[in-house]
Design a protein around this ligand. Structure first.
Ligand code: PGA
Length: 251
């Protein structure tokens, strides 16, 4: 039985007041009976603030990106060790916005994944097809390519410290969501790909769904056998919506 994980990805939103209030409201609204794990991925400048506020709560801290390098003259970059130092346990790697807008290739993403693992940060590897790719029937081949570029570079045991997020690009921030069946098909494909390297890792790895998840559609998505939680963008910016998604994890 895999634990469910709900991740808030705030992207480039928020300020000191808004983030302080949001975190406090989420902690206050947490249902003691809920068994899911909650993770908040803050913009870099607020990691310290969130880290302080979640002390003594069941919430974990993550970042949205890291440098592929460990240290050195890389102006504006943030290393895995710095993230650890700020209290991060997780880091998002290869989000489609970074692939598309920042030119991150599968190779760079594989490097970031390895850097995170070496620093004992758990990478959340995002993979997903575009609308064109889906229309052309390329979904599974795109997913396999994105996954295997990383799998080929690592020991399959390293995956046991990672999370995968399936995020169809056409569903991110659009209000369009993959149906539970569409998402389940891709999640099962991802698990089958991982199974080729390790049955044990494939059984245990958490595979999250992301793309316009909200309080209304979360329950049906999370009820699917291979969907182990969600990576939540827009709906993680309001405490009520985020908490209603967390509550939908009672499978
Ligand atoms: P969304 O974003 O929930 O706003 O669609 C998800 C993501 O980009 O991780």
């Amino acid at each position: 039985m895999r634990d469910l994980l709900i991740v808030g990805n705030w992207k480039m939103h928020g300020n000191t007041i808004m983030i302080s209030e949001l975190v406090d409201e989420i902690i206050d609204g947490l249902d003691a009976s809920s068994s899911c794990n909650l993770l908040l991925c803050s913009p870099f400048p607020y990691l310290g603030l969130v880290s302080q506020r979640i002390i003594n709560s069941p919430i974990s801290l993550g970042a949205q990106n890291l440098s592929q390098h460990t240290s050195g003259p890389y102006t504006g970059e943030v290393s895995a060790e710095m993230l650890k130092d700020m209290g991060c346990e997780y880091v998002i790697v290869g989000h489609s916005e970074r692939r598309e807008l920042m030119g991150e290739t599968n190779k760079i993403i594989a490097n970031k994944f390895i850097t995170a693992i070496k620093s004992h940060l758990k990478p959340i590897l995002c993979i997903g097809e575009s609308l064109d790719e889906r229309k052309q029937g390329m979904t599974t081949s795109v997913i396999s390519d994105q996954l295997n570029t990383v799998l080929n570079e690592i020991d399959s045991n390293d995956l046991s410290n990672a999370v995968i997020a399936y995020e169809p690009v056409w569903a991110i921030g659009t209000g369009l969501t993959a149906t539970p069946d569409e998402a389940q098909d891709v999640h099962a494909h991802i698990r089958a790909e991982i199974n080729k390297s390790s049955k044990k890792v494939a059984e245990n790895i958490q595979i999250l769904y992301g793309g316009s998840v909200n309080g209304n559609n979360a329950g049906s998505l999370f009820s699917m056998p291979d969907i182990d939680g969600g990576l939540i963008g827009g709906a993680s910016l309001t405490s009520l919506e985020f908490l209603s998604i967390a509550k939908a994890t009672n499978k």
